[in-house]
Design a protein. Structure first.
Length: 266
C-alpha cells in the first residue's frame, strides 16, 4: 500500500499520547497500575472521561476521550481485558476537528509473585493495540500499524495504604513514514504512586513519573505528576477523579482532568 504524503500532525496534539494508557485498564484514576486482579470468574467494567488541554505559543488543542474496558478474571492471578476509546480532537486553527474511535486493545495482567507476609507483589502486563485505518491515522485518531507495550508492576501494601510502581516499555508503529520519522516510537515510563486510605471509602493518591517525550524535536525526557481521589460507596464500585500535569515538556503546557467509574461483578 502506498504511503501518504501528508506531513505529521503537530506535536502539540501528540504530547499527551503517553499520559494515560490507551485504554482505562489501570488503577483509575492513576497512570500507575497496581497488581490487583479480579479473581477467577470475576468481571470488571471501566469507563472514564478524559479532557486534555495542550497549550503552546498562543495555541491550544483540546482532546476529549471516553475509554471503555472489560476485564475478566481467568484465574486468581490472571486477568484478560479488551477495550477501546472514542476521541474528539479540537486542534489549533486552522486545522479541523476530528472525532472517532482510536486503537482497540487487548491485554493481560499476570501476578507472578505474591508474598503474604511482606505484602509485596509483582505483575506483568503485556498489551497489543490493533491498527486503525490509514485515514484515521492521518486524522490523529490512532496508529495504522499494530503497537504493543509491556508493564512490570510492583505493589507494596503499607500501614497507610499501598505504594505502586511501574516500568513500562511501549512501541508505537505508524503507517505514515512522515510520522515514523518525526516521532520517537519506543517510549518508556518509570512511575510511582503512593495511595493513602484516609477515611472509610476514601483514598487519596499522588502519582509521579518520568516518561519519553514522543516529539523527536524536543528533549527525550519529560515527566508528569497527578493528584487523584477514589471514593468507593460499596466494595464493588469505585468513583475516581484526577488531575494530571506534564512537567519538563519544553514550551508545551499539558493538563488533563480525568473522571472514571469502575464496577466489579460476578
Amino acid at each position: 500500500m502506498a504511503k501518504k504524503s501528508s506531513s505529521p500532525r503537530p506535536s502539540l496534539a501528540l504530547a499527551t499520547l503517553f499520559l494515560l494508557p490507551a485504554v482505562a485498564s489501570a488503577f483509575q484514576p492513576l497512570v500507575t497500575d497496581d497488581t490487583g486482579t479480579q479473581g477467577a470468574k470475576g468481571n470488571q467494567v471501566e469507563a472514564a472521561y478524559n479532557r486534555t488541554v495542550d497549550k503552546a505559543s498562543g495555541t491550544k488543542a483540546v482532546t476529549q476521550e471516553v475509554p471503555l474496558v472489560f476485564t475478566r478474571g481467568v484465574t486468581d492471578a490472571l486477568d484478560l481485558y479488551a477495550g477501546a476509546g472514542y476521541q474528539r480532537i479540537e486542534p489549533p486553527a486552522p486545522e479541523t476537528e476530528e472525532r472517532g474511535w482510536g486503537n482497540p486493545a487487548v491485554g493481560a495482567k499476570w501476578r507472578f509473585y505474591e508474598n503474604e507476609a511482606s505484602k509485596l507483589s509483582f505483575a506483568l502486563k503485556p498489551e497489543i493495540q490493533f491498527p486503525v485505518s490509514d485515514s484515521r491515522e492521518a486524522r490523529g485518531l490512532g496508529t495504522a500499524r499494530t503497537s504493543y507495550s509491556v508493564n512490570l508492576i510492583m505493589t507494596q501494601e503499607t500501614g497507610f495504604g499501598a505504594v505502586h510502581a511501574n516500568a513500562v516499555a511501549e512501541r508505537v508503529n505508524y503507517s505514515d513514514d512522515a510520522l515514523n520519522s518525526a516521532e520517537r516510537r519506543t517510549l518508556y515510563r518509570l512511575s510511582v504512586a503512593p495511595v493513602w486510605d484516609v477515611a472509610e471509602g476514601w483514598k487519596l493518591a499522588l502519582d509521579a513519573g518520568l516518561t519519553t517525550n514522543p516529539d523527536l524535536a524536543a528533549s527525550a525526557r519529560m515527566g508528569y505528576v497527578e493528584l487523584g481521589a477514589i471514593y468507593s460507596p460499596g466494595k464493588d464500585l469505585d468513583l475516581a477523579f484526577g488531575i494530571v500535569r506534564n512537567i519538563s515538556d519544553g514550551d508545551i503546557s499539558t493538563t488533563q482532568a480525568t473522571a472514571g467509574i469502575t464496577w466489579r461483578f460476578r
